[in-house]
Design a binder for this molecule. Structure first.
Ligand SMILES: Nc1ncnc2c1ncn2[C@@H]1O[C@H](COP(=O)(O)OP(=O)(O)OP(=O)(O)O)[C@@H](O)[C@H]1O
Ligand SMILES: [Mg+2]
Length: 507
């Protein structure tokens, strides 16, 4: 086959921040009708590379070419005008606007058309939505949409601006299995239309399923590029981390004790109903279900972020009232939240501060001074264990790569040493190596006798680690399975039970 000129070609790209190189001499091509995957450990430089391609950063060295011609984007806007769209991991939609307004914001006033023609905009929007084959309509409000739907709005937005190149930076991190499949159908359709795409992700099965070519970055350098059909998952891991893939998750058998956390008939009207569950000492209890099933909301209620209206919470058999996270923490409950940017971290602050501020009490002397020696010892331990990639501990968290931010959140809560741990999507966005480390830590915490409630949308994670699993669907617990009964089919069935019953009763 003759080599076609790539839509985008990045040649010899290097990038440094305050003198530290995070990308070195990287070549990367994006071709028409092709999905080019980009993989690598947290902090390898994936997001930085696509930010350079989409005009967010300018390269320190190297040159971008568009259809063979040199291109220098001064802004993301300039890259968009040239047909390059970056779909961020956290959707950047405008919550107060509807779909059409989101689609046409910023380019409503085309050349020679000073007036906004709403009729035209709604018509065009619906055309794009139809092309994407999605359920939403132009006038639907974006607020309250799932992350998956907001992502579709962003894709529709890119299409309505005639993007030729669409870059997805960890698009599936917040999606459930079904939503990932819907996204993949969309990507395949776009591919058939000749769009060029980049796909960044940490789930290697997904990379193998969706991509045509895969490039591996390690410590800012390109260590390999291959046709996806020619590589195995093992080989990819080998290239990413420089060592071979072992069975990542090994469930440890630990003695299981008395019930530590029990909730009975917990209800927050419209959100979750009559949720009852318990977690015992040394036990890892999974919470499975589709995104939006109400699992995080139940966790938030137990942690006092958004308390329930009805029902009871018992800790060690005693009924407790938890009105805010402070009370939860006093009762020994700790939570690793799902949304690190909004509830987990103080982004502009230093790494060590973020890690230790949940435990200030523990490291403060009686007079209220922070025991800095103790603090730095604890921070060092976790930075090492989780292999947080950073310049130094004084670096602001917002400068870390996404996965390394997640590691800081986990470290923060491991340091609180609560007896009851709620983990909401603990491995979202972190690389294979760190995942193994987190699993090891979760096992270790169970061995130390903690009671662990783990929300996860990754079934393999639940199947491998959990002693028991509760499945939720539309705000209700629709199944409970112990380790012997657990398999993906049973969990998926329970995760869509309510819907089926509803459909049956309508019929
Ligand atoms: N604005 C910035 N200032 C300083 N350093 C930065 C900045 N942005 C990124 N970095 C550093 O560049 C390196 C690469 O980060 P990048 O976000 O590209 O990684 P990544 O491969 O996308 O990782 P992840 O899988 O965790 O998202 C990291 O060490 C990060 O700390
Ligand atoms: Mg990234």
């Amino acid at each position: 086959m003759a080599e076609q000129t790539p839509c985008v070609s990045a040649k010899g790209i290097s990038k440094s921040f305050s003198g530290v190189f995070v990308l070195r001499d990287v070549d990367f091509d994006i071709r028409e009708g092709e999905v080019h995957a980009l993989v690598g450990e947290n902090g390898a430089g994936k997001s930085t590379l696509v930010k350079i391609i989409s005009g967010v950063y300018t390269p320190t060295e190297g040159q971008l070419y568009l259809e063979g011609e040199p291109a220098n984007f001064k802004s993301p806007h300039a890259a968009r005008e040239s047909g390059i769209a970056l779909i961020h991991q956290e959707p950047l939609t405008f919550q107060d606007l509807n779909v059409a307004e989101n689609l046409f914001l910023g380019h409503t006033r085309g050349k020679g058309k000073p007036v906004i023609n709403w009729k035209e905009i709604y018509k065009k929007s619906n055309e794009v939505l139809e092309e994407l084959n999605v359920r939403m309509r132009a006038k639907d409000p974006v607020r309250d949409m799932t992350v998956a739907d907001q992502q579709m709005v962003e894709i529709a937005c890119a299409l309505s601006q005639n993007a030729k190149v669409i870059i997805f930076d960890e698009p599936t991190a917040a999606l459930s299995y079904g939503e990932v499949q819907t996204l993949f159908e969309t990507i395949r359709r776009l591919k058939a239309q000749g769009k060029a795409m980049v796909f960044i992700g940490h789930r290697l099965e997904e990379i193998l399923e969706i991509s045509d070519t895969v490039t591996v970055l390690r410590d800012g350098r390109k260590v390999g590029e291959a046709l996806t059909k020619d590589v195995t998952q093992d080989q990819l891991v080998q290239m990413m981390v420089g060592r071979s893939y072992q069975e990542l998750v090994v469930k440890e058998k630990v003695p299981i004790g008395d019930v530590r956390l029990e909730i009975k008939d917990l209800t927050l009207p419209g959100v979750f109903h009559d949720v009852s569950l318990n977690v015992r000492k040394g036990e890892i209890v999974g919470m499975a279900g589709l995104v939006g099933a109400g699992r995080s909301e139940v966790a938030s209620a137990v942690f006092g972020v958004a308390p329930a209206k009805k029902g009871q919470i018992f800790i060690d058999g005693k009924e407790v009232s938890i009105k805010n996270p402070r009370q939860a923490m006093q009762l020994g409950v700790a939570m690793v939240s799902e949304d690190r940017a909004r509830t987990g971290l103080v982004l502009p602050f230093a790494i060590d501060f973020n890690m230790s501020f949940a435990v200030l009490a523990k490291i403060c002397s009686k007079l209220g001074f922070v025991n800095t020696k103790k603090e730095s010892e604890m921070v060092n331990t976790y930075v090492d264990e989780l292999n947080v990639k950073m310049r130094d501990k004084e670096q602001a968290v917002q400068e870390l790569s996404g996965g390394n931010q997640q590691k800081v959140v986990i470290a923060k809560w491991l340091m609180t040493e609560g007896d009851i741990l709620i983990l909401d999507e603990p491995t979202r966005g972190i690389d294979v190596g760190a995942k193994a480390e987190v699993y090891r830590l979760i096992n270790e915490l169970a061995r130390r006798g903690k009671a662990i409630l783990m929300i996860s949308s990754e079934l393999p994670e639940i199947l491998q680690l959990a002693d028991r699993v509760y499945v939720m669907c539309e705000g209700r617990v629709t199944g409970e399975l112990n380790r012997e009964e657990m398999d993906s089919e049973r969990i998926m069935t329970a995760a869509s039970t309510v819907k089926k019953e509803k459909e049956a009763s309508v019929a």
